[in-house]
Design a protein around this ligand. Structure first.
Ligand code: ADP
Ligand code: SF4
Ligand code: MG
Length: 391
């Protein structure tokens, strides 16, 4: 398999788990993970591992459920991770796996009264779940900011781009309009908008798709946020602009030492950018480790599927696109046991466990977590003999 080049060192500071391990196993996991310099949690039973010492964002057993007329949508159902400043976490999964709901939960953007949210989201030591909406709103901009997939959803069509950056900046900075405008022009310049002096007075619809994305990044970064969440920031853009946007996020991150979450359905996008990768399926974390480890020795059949459907630059695009068969499940009727079992080619190798028991999120290899009933030996052997040779 060709390993995407990674330019960042693997992080040893973050790890997570969700699963139904009993308390004793959790204690054991914690002891083991302390040795590895990581933390681990298990879901349910209330046991939550302590955040990693340098963790800036710490999510524990996050559950986000939407009661609807058709039933409860379990959009996120036990998700835990840590993220340190200066580090990037890539969250990857097919459409409908709960990625955007996760980011909206961190940003406190769900409509009150429509959602049941439990678990813990700690940002810089402050608990966000249960914090008042005023409190969470006050953190947006400076403490955390988000780049949305669709810039038009984040920008007001009736105000100029410059005006919107100025307003975002002034919420957290007591400065004159003139100073804020200068800052807006600087930010537009920095994200590569040509003639920022004049473009600052344009309306969003006067910008091309790529430029709007840049303008939204300028807006999101205008207050040097400590945490930046980029939710599918490049999906709607052509390949060249995609690469520029990703470079931009990387540059700005190193300048501001921000913690960054990149959300995408495309493993290729996070390969180069991420220190750690969380693979999500049906609202749960299924694999979590350093990006190097996820590409070098992926532990979960779903991740194998994602890797198999990833185009490679050095071969004909069509040669290797093996989509994962079937479709992601409804999050109202999540399959029993392992939610991936109806699509998994290895489900019959676990003696019925795949169909009946939710696999615990376990640290099979040091610092590398996955939720799958296959034995470590089976995972290793399937990966080495059946999957890797086909990539
Ligand atoms: N406000 C809501 N009410 C009910 N269901 C929702 C709501 N927001 C998202 N969902 C559902 O939650 C699931 C996860 O959505 P989302 O997080 O947007 O997935 P993605 O991984 O593609 O970003 C989807 O099934 C979606 O329909
Ligand atoms: S637990 Fe079973 S169904 Fe789920 S990924 Fe592992 S082998 Fe496949
Ligand atoms: Mg989404």
């Amino acid at each position: 398999m060709s390993e995407p080049t990674k330019q960042t060192a693997p992080s040893t500071t973050s790890s997570a788990a969700s699963g139904s391990a009993p308390a004793a196993a959790e204690k054991q996991d914690r002891r083991r993970s302390r040795r590895a310099g990581t933390t681990v949690t298990s879901d349910g039973i209330g046991g939550l591992g302590a955040p990693a010492p340098d963790s800036f964002l710490s999510v524990r057993d996050l559950r986000v459920h939407f009661p609807t007329d058709d039933g409860v949508v379990r959009s996120v159902d036990g998700l835990s991770f840590d993220l340190a400043r200066g580090k990037t976490l890539g969250i990857v999964g097919e459409s409908g796996s709960g990625k955007s709901v996760t980011s909206m939960s961190i940003m406190g953007l769900h409509k009150p009264g429509t959602v049941r949210m439990t678990g813990s989201i700690r940002l810089g030591g402050e608990e966000l779940i249960g914090a008042g909406s005023e409190k969470v709103r006050s953190l947006r901009g400076k403490r955390m900011a988000m780049i949305f997939q669709d810039p038009l959803s984040a920008m007001h069509p009736f105000y100029t781009v410059g005006h919107q950056i100025v307003e975002a900046y002034k919420v957290h900075h007591q400065v004159s309009n003139q100073v804020a405008r200068k800052h807006a022009i600087d930010m537009l310049d920095r994200v590569g908008i040509p003639q920022p002096n004049t473009r600052v007075d344009d309306y969003p619809h006067q910008f091309s798709g790529g430029m709007r994305q840049r303008a939204m990044i300028a807006m999101a970064l205008s207050c040097d946020p400590d945490l930046l969440i980029a939710d599918e920031p490049t999906t709607a853009l052509d390949v060249t602009v995609q690469a520029q946007i990703l470079d931009l996020i990387r540059d700005l991150q190193s300048e501001f030492n921000s913690a960054v979450i990149i959300i995408t359905h495309d493993l290729g996008v996070v390969a180069e950018l991420s220190d750690d990768i969380m693979v999500m399926y049906a609202g749960r974390g299924v694999e979590y480790s350093s990006a190097d480890a996820v590409f070098r020795e992926p532990q979960h059949p779903y991740t194998w599927g994602l890797l198999s459907s990833m185009p490679r630059l050095d071969r004909e695009r069509t040669e290797r696109l093996l989509p994962i068969k079937g479709a992601p499940p409804s999050l109202i009727n999540v399959p029993s046991g392992c939610p991936f079992h109806p699509r998994c080619a290895y489900a019959d190798r676990t003696g019925g466990l795949s169909q009946s028991e939710r696999p615990p999120f376990a640290e099979g290899i040091k610092g590398h977590y996955s939720a799958c009933h296959l034995s470590q030996e089976d995972k290793q052997s399937i990966w080495e003999n059946e999957i890797r040779p086909t990539l």
